[in-house]
Design a protein around this ligand. Sequence first.
Ligand code: NAD
Length: 497
Amino acid sequence: MELISHFIDGKLYSDKNCRKGKVFNPATGEQIADVELASKDIVKMAVKNSLQAFDKWSKTTPITRARIFSKYKDLLVKNMNELAELVSKQHGKTIPDAKGSIQRGIEVVEYVTGITSSLKGEHSSNVGTNVDSHTLRQPLGVCAGITPFNFPAMVPMWMFPVAIACGNTFVLKPSEKDPSCPLKLAELAIEAGFPPGVLNCVNGDKESVDALLEDKDVQAISFVGSTPIAEYVYHTGTKNNKRIQALGGAKNHMVIMPDADVEKTTDAIIGSAFGSAGERCMAISVAVCVGKETNNKIKKSLLEKTSKLNVGPYTDEKTDFGPLSSEAHYKKVLGYIDSGEKEGAKLLTDGRNFKKQGYENGYFVGPTIFDEVKPEMKIYKEEIFGPVLSMMTTKKYEDALKLVNDHELGNGAAVFTKSGNIAKHFTENAKIGMIGVNVPIPVPVAYHSFGGWKRSLFGDHSIHGPDGVRFYTKLKTATITWNEDNAGPEFTIPVLS
Ligand code: NAD
């Protein structure tokens, strides 16, 4: 059985005595590897190693760092097939979907090849007579990233390229469910020319997360995962005086106006609700139709299209979406469907008994659609993170917007309409971090920043893009004069003129 270990000080590091987790192929339900779960001591060692690397790395020039990232980008492109295979085999998503997510990660690497511009400070000449002022953005030290199972390549690449390009060193703690791709990302970083310790990768679970949260040498932590753990990481980390950005779960609504194009809208719903088996934090999980007639048209088209979807393993090129990532998650999603049925939502398609011939032990759930979902139902209040779409109907646009705004999660939301007025109103008034107008999955590109509102993000900074640079740097302001006159001590607060 393959044993997946850690990557510390530029090489694989294994501790045969440590606890182990199991890694599965979700399409077959077979265990394919063991993963070492780092003890507190191993995490401490990785952090110390990154701390040793920090001094020299932080003194490299931004252009030197940018050039290494250029090489890193080329290596990621060259290794795309292998990286995608690692993602798909352990997560279950299709190869084209895995490649798309790796590409979105590569775009962050491309963004930081221009880090020289992002790190430029501001300069003001003559803030007083012969006095100038300028700002510097300086690195924090050792930063850490804790990432979820659903994007084992993209989400780590939302974090470490920006942190490292800003002059920090980084310890990545990926999900223990699909750890091979993040480990490969760390190996490629050495091949690109990053010095050992600049990017370390420790595999593990709660014990390693807690070790990072408690380690006094870790200055900042980026977390992406479920809302309860994001909240825990935020409160524990800030209590330990760390800078924390903690991105949590989502319940993304699509508001469908009566004037929306039915075919385009239902194609958008199908791709965003069922793509990657619904295991995306920007998946549309609630379709809110404005008016009964809109609901009828959307429902009819959705049911026709859903019946033609291919659910299967990533190895089959015809597969539209694959299995859920683990047995525990599979059971959880089935439990939500049971609960929706019990609470009185109308089950239009039921994915619970879906079986794929030859893959009977895989964690497959077919596309599932509920209609007549009510705000008090568990399937509406909670994130399901599976191929399950809830449909709701409101009389007016204002009622649909209220649903969006009253939900405790605020990651993404979309409106489908031909009306510029509705689009503008929705964009300005939805209490949501990322808005799509006729775009179902409005994931900001690398040079913008990604982040939700309400209980979808704890902390003050979104991830990657300009907010990422702010998160991973400290601001310093210098006031400078070369004036040789000496006016003697000044006892009042200086007012420059
Ligand atoms: P998770 O919260 O279970 O795990 C995330 C990370 O936290 C993992 O590295 C895991 O090892 C660690 N962890 C798990 N339990 C812990 C505990 N008790 N204490 C400390 N650490 C713990 O999330 P997941 O199931 O891996 O990922 C799915 C979730 O991530 C969904 O809720 C999804 O919406 C969310 N997500 C959010 C975004 C976003 O940008 N907002 C992006 C991707 C995924």
